[in-house]
Design a protein. Sequence first.
Length: 469
Amino acid sequence: MRHARKLEGRTLRDAINALVPPKELGLVMEEAAKYCTGKAKGKFGNAIEAGHFYYKPNSDKEPDLGWAELKCTGLKRVKSGRSTKLTAKERLVICMINFGGGDQDEEKSILKETFETSHAKKKLQSLVMVFYEYAKDTAVLDLKVLLVDHWTPNASELRMIREDWEVIRSYVNDGKAHLISEGLTNLLGACTKGAKGSDRVKQAKSPEEAKPRAFALKQAFVTQIYERLINQRAGKTPEPEVHLDGMDLYRKAKEKFEDFVTKRLNRYAGKTTVQICEELDITGKFESKDKHARRMRKFLNKILSGSQDQESDNLAEFKNTGLQIKTVRLKANDMPAEAVSFPRFIYEELAEEDNWEDSELYGMLTSRFLFIVLREMGKGRDPVFERAVFHSLTEADLEDAEPAWMLAVEKARECVYEEMPGQKANRVIHVRPHDSKARYGKDPSIEKHRCFWLNQRYLKDVLAGKALG
């Protein structure tokens, strides 16, 4: 670790020049440079292995350093209010998933493993993580390393990772490897791998071929790992969560995370939003257009954190998962009253995206969703809380959404924002303004803020069980 941390605050080129004896300097620089060309991912990690740890990159099943797996991951700066913050650029790939098909080593199949004996757990239980600042046009050797530290999952994280691993294994065991989606799970995803999008591998329990996939820590979780490590380095510790009627009960229970959450929330199904607030002594100013959604967020806070004012988003389990919490109001015909929005995007940042699976939208769509479903009861009456349900987009949903993202990127590059995909152009998502009319009125000089939205018709199918993931 002392040697690893010598990378901090340096580029790999600087580290090689500073640490390698002159007679070996040319050899090491040449070896590191071998891995810096081409379009394949992982160039920086490979260059670090060769240029700083002095071994050739490989696909060995054993952890890279013997006692720990070495992982490098990029951070990007994104706008947050008036400032910027660092977030993970992408998920962190851990190891390939073997479906046990004829073109893979059946003895190393996930079907031959338990979580405790799995290749994934062996890799995950001890990681040396190298965080660097991603810069699109900067040479690999000149990317700056920001933090190097050792990470191991805590008990709560390991429990959720195990739940995710078991979900993925169950799909393979049921002959459904071809139906696996990255959005199925919370912390440990099954991301696609392969040189071409058309690549397929066999699976043991079905003749249907599946996309090759790898276990990966999700983007939101990687961001949280970075923030935790940087805070630990600065001597900061998170405030303890001591509300025993909140998520501490999950940490003491044997239920799965999502089962625990929905069971506690759905006890209140059939009651109006106002009745729920009265029963739980939830107070506040509920006079705006989104008053019922605000009531339900305070309800969620109260049930899961123990306090209506302690945001459930800030609970470790929610921050780690990047869970998308959305309130949906259903009309009498089961059509949602509105589409569901995501945060507004920055046109310049959208225009710079060039890979669907690395895009901000893909990261949001492959998070799990928690839909808080309300049923409208007619004019002048309070809506009824119908149920809370978790959902993930299927692989087919993601494939359908991609063309809308591609068109939005194209129009962002052309600065033709009015021609971004509308709701009729795509089954899953569309783009439209996210402003109140009061912001821009009829003044054409004020550029509207826009964001992606989940389509109303898609949401109707989801909540009717026609597209549930």
